[in-house]
Design a protein around this ligand. Structure first.
Ligand SMILES: [Zn+2]
Ligand SMILES: [Zn+2]
Length: 828
């Protein structure tokens, strides 16, 4: 059956009219169509490529593609930051392949080479297909990743002109073996960095240093490649590209591709009969609501993709829709979880395009590797974390000239709730900048070692690696990792490979292995930093939809022994946290209040855990744990108010802990609106009287050693951030605090104490003294580094929900007395 097409307004009206749902649709935004603008092919694009593009239906490039091609052709580094399906790959492929074609006329047949980096293997495979379409057989294009057979690798090094790989392989496989890549690197003209917005946080900071190592080696071989970056629409793409590559780049952002009209609905699921912690009202989950809406859209013959944050969630949405639809329609709904083979992905694309498949529930893995554009509707079960991803997902809906529907379904948390009630934060606000911090000494130190192992480091190299370098080298020397020779250069002293000490995506510490006790089977690993809270003895551990009970966590051997079990409860760790200020970099006086940014030390100890009945959230019991404290040195933003201000705000001493704690929770929930992090990347501590400030103080810190740039962003956008926090709490319809405003799923104190009303007053008095013009004019400061230590943990974008996230619980008790700090750990 061919797909039918439906007017998006009518669809949305039907969805919200059913069964008294009108109040769930909180906002409808109409985004007008945009007409295409074209430009001639720039000079330097080879006629073969123009002809091939014409064969593919592109007679002229769109204006932004032509602009990028011309800049790239002139040797300027470029970042193309335009929407989904705006032809970014043609924008960089045309100049790259033209150059490589020119290079085939060199005597050795390889006068020019290019390197392509993508965050996933699927994208690299896709790139090979696209390149082959434009220059069939003329340019030697080759994948080089962990799956490339040994005998092929030598061929790639010797003969391939366009090598497609990923940052991990560049870091681990190519750079350390650079002499074998000498002829490739010598001719390196272009480096393409696809989906560069995915290099954020600690992962992005690592990739930035890998690129600096690449640039240094290229320079030694006499090459000076031009960098071509492709990004989703983000704020400040040129600045981010420069932070990533270390080179200035020109941003191409004026999207000239055509777009059909889009109707965008914001949707809030209804309150349920259930109650959560402290009797808080609980909304229906975004996934359950998405399952319902998917059912109705499929019944109406609408081709729909639902984006869900977790794999398990994607499966649940598909299952629910299949159940509700019954046969034969159930057979036209599927779940997609990533990790599929290329043929399977192509089959999926075909089925969606043909309309054989009407509904697909997917994690965002779909963003990377399957081309599903031209859908009738896109549902997002939960805010995908950034406006950039939101637009990327919504951009899957709609074809030229045809209208489409996108619906964002709020989860029961402060950020989602804020967004569906503040449409201007989505529709009238530019997308956020990609945050990364390559100067983090915890990131930099191991790359200096790796660089020194590749070629001794010399004085002129220091500037390339950033301002922390000069300070770090003596420390690495002291630790016996590097040695300085008489000629002034630094050498790697160890026998083992320096790169093996760095995992770009994983943690610095050795991860804890999760082993099934009866079989000895390895189920997976969890970051050392997360182990205490997630796989402590007695913890309920979820793995791919199955439940396990941890029999024993052995920290000596880094093994958690688990067994299959179906206990009627979930567990949530209780911890105590202290935070101390190591140094203050910047301070702003906000009237009597004070806002600061700097380095802190967070000491966290998991002391026990609660067992909560799954069905009701009732507390079944509390057990003590004997785990050592863990120390994290990182970056934080913090604010303090004075006692006079508390008096003015009518906050008596006994309300202060609950006010500060509630403000802290909500501010952690809202920070992702301003930095490309999610609430699991950051932690917080609120203290009624902090010894370092002598005042009531709320801290929000990066959950990664040395920081990842998130707290820094919070500082530079503090006025908007904290104002949004206050508004979010004030606007929530609950009476005394709920997951949509001040309750946190990862609270180490069982969400106690929390005082919603006092939090609004506290933030109000803080903001009363804030500067009028928010930090809009203030660029992010270049940060000096804190004390170097071990490489820090990082785990960008985990698919697994952290403990306590899956089932809202009801906690009866809380140990916090006034004067005690309350804390919220990052999920690390
Ligand atoms: Zn609430
Ligand atoms: Zn808390």
């Amino acid at each position: 059956m061919p797909p039918r097409h439906h007017q998006p307004e009518a669809l949305l009206a039907t969805l919200s009219a059913d069964r008294g749902r009108s109040d769930r649709l909180t906002h409808t935004e109409h985004l007008p169509a945009r007409a295409a603008r074209y430009a001639p092919w720039p000079e330097g694009i080879r006629p073969e490529i123009v002809a091939a593009a014409e064969g593919l239906g592109v007679s002229r490039p769109w204006a932004h593609q032509a602009e990028a091609m011309a800049l790239a052709g002139s040797g300027r580094s470029v970042v193309i930051a335009t929407g989904t399906a705006s032809g970014k790959s043609l924008g960089y492929l045309a100049p790259v392949l033209s150059e490589l074609l020119d290079g085939t006329e060199a005597r050795n047949g390889r006068g020019s080479t290019a390197l392509y980096l993508a965050p996933t293997k699927a994208l690299a495979a896709d790139q090979r297909r696209r390149a082959a379409e434009l220059v069939p057989g003329r340019v030697r294009v080759a994948l080089y990743d962990g799956d490339t057979p040994g005998e092929e690798r030598e061929w790639v090094r010797q003969y391939a002109s366009y090598v497609l790989t990923n940052p991990d392989m560049l870091h681990r496989g190519i750079l350390p073996a650079h002499p074998r890549w000498a002829s490739f690197l010598k001719a390196l003209t272009y480096v393409v960095i696809d989906e560069c917005h995915s290099y954020r946080g600690v992962f992005g900071s690592h990739v930035a240093q890998v690129l600096r190592r690449l640039r240094r080696l290229c320079a030694r071989y006499g090459a000076d490649p031009t960098f071509l970056l492709a990004s989703a629409t983000t704020a400040e793409p040129a600045a981010t590209a420069q932070r990533l590559t270390g080179l200035p780049a020109v941003a191409v952002t004026d999207d000239a591709s055509p777009r059909g009209p889009l109707v965008f609905g914001l949707w809030e699921p209804p309150l349920t009969e259930n109650v959560g912690e402290h009797g808080a009202p609980v909304r229906r989950t975004a996934t359950a609501e998405a399952g319902h809406l998917l059912t109705e859209l499929v019944e109406a013959g609408t081709r729909t993709v639902v984006f869900v944050r977790s794999r398990r969630g994607a499966e649940l949405v598909a299952l629910q829709a299949q159940d509700q639809l019954g046969q034969p329609l159930a057979g036209r709904v599927a779940a997609y979880r990533g990790g599929y083979l290329a043929e399977e992905r192509r089959a999926l694309e075909r089925d969606l395009h043909s309309g054989r498949l009407l509904g697909l529930a997917s994690t965002s893995a779909l963003e990377l590797g399957v081309d599903v554009s031209g859908l009738d509707a896109v549902l997002m079960a939960g805010y995908p974390g950034t406006r950039a991803s939101l637009w990327q997902q919504a951009g899957r809906a709609g074809r030229e000239a045809q209208g489409a529907l996108a619906v964002l379904i709020a989860r029961d948390d402060p950020l989602d709730t804020y967004l569906v009630h503040h449409p201007e934060a989505l529709f009238a606000t530019p997308v956020e900048a990609t945050v990364l911090d390559p100067d983090n000494p915890h990131v930099l130190a191991p790359h200096l070692c790796a660089a020194a192992a590749e070629l001794p480091l010399t004085e002129p190299d220091l500037a390339l690696f950033g301002p922390s370098t000069a300070r770090l080298l003596p420390v690495l020397e002291q630790r016996g990792l590097l040695r300085r020779r008489a000629d002034g250069s630094w050498y790697w002293t160890k026998r083992e490979r320096a790169v093996d000490g760095v995992d770009l995506r994983g943690s610095g510490g050795s991860p804890v292995q999760i082993v099934e006790a009866p079989t000895g089977r390895l189920l997976g690993t969890v970051d050392a930093a997360a182990a205490h809270t997630t796989v402590h003895t007695g913890a309920v551990h979820l793995h791919q939809g199955r439940t396990y009970l941890v029999q024993d966590l052995d920290l000596e051997t880094s093994v958690a022994l688990v067994e299959r079990a179906d206990p009627p409860y979930t567990t949530s760790a209780r911890d105590i946290t202290s935070i101390s200020v190591l140094s203050t970099d910047t301070t702003e006086q906000w009237g009597e209040a004070r806002l600061s940014f700097g380095s802190v030390e967070v000491v966290n100890q998991v002391v026990g855990y609660l067992r909560k009945r799954i069905s009701t959230g009732e507390i079944l019991g509390e057990s003590k744990l004997d785990l050592p404290p863990r120390t994290l040195r990182t970056r934080a933003v913090w604010w303090s108010v004075t006692e006079d201000q508390l008096l003015d705000a009518d906050i008596p001493v006994d309300q202060l802990p609950g006010a500060a704690h509630a403000a802290e929770h909500a501010s952690i929930g809202l920070l992702p609106l301003f930095a490309t992090c999610d609430r699991w990347d950051i932690g917080g501590v609120s203290v009624p009287l902090h010894p370092d400030t002598g005042l009531p103080t709320v801290f929000v810190y990066d959950g990664h050693s040395g920081g990842a740039g998130f707290a820094e962003r919070g500082f530079s956008r503090a006025v908007e951030w904290l104002a949004a926090t206050r508004d979010a709490i004030a606007a929530c319809e609950c009476e005394r605090g709920c997951p949509s405003c001040v309750q946190s799923p990862k609270c180490g104190n069982g969400n106690d104490p929390l005082d919603k009303a006092a939090a609004v007053r506290l933030l109000g008095i803080l903001l009363a003294g804030a500067p009028d013009r928010p930090g809009a004019d203030r660029p992010d400061s270049d940060r000096p580094g804190p004390v170097p230590g071990q490489p820090g943990p990082d785990q960008p974008g985990s698919d697994q929900p952290a403990p306590g996230q899956s089932a809202p619980g009801q906690s009866a008790s809380g140990q916090s007395a006034p004067g005690q700090p309350t804390s919220d750990r990052p999920a690390l």
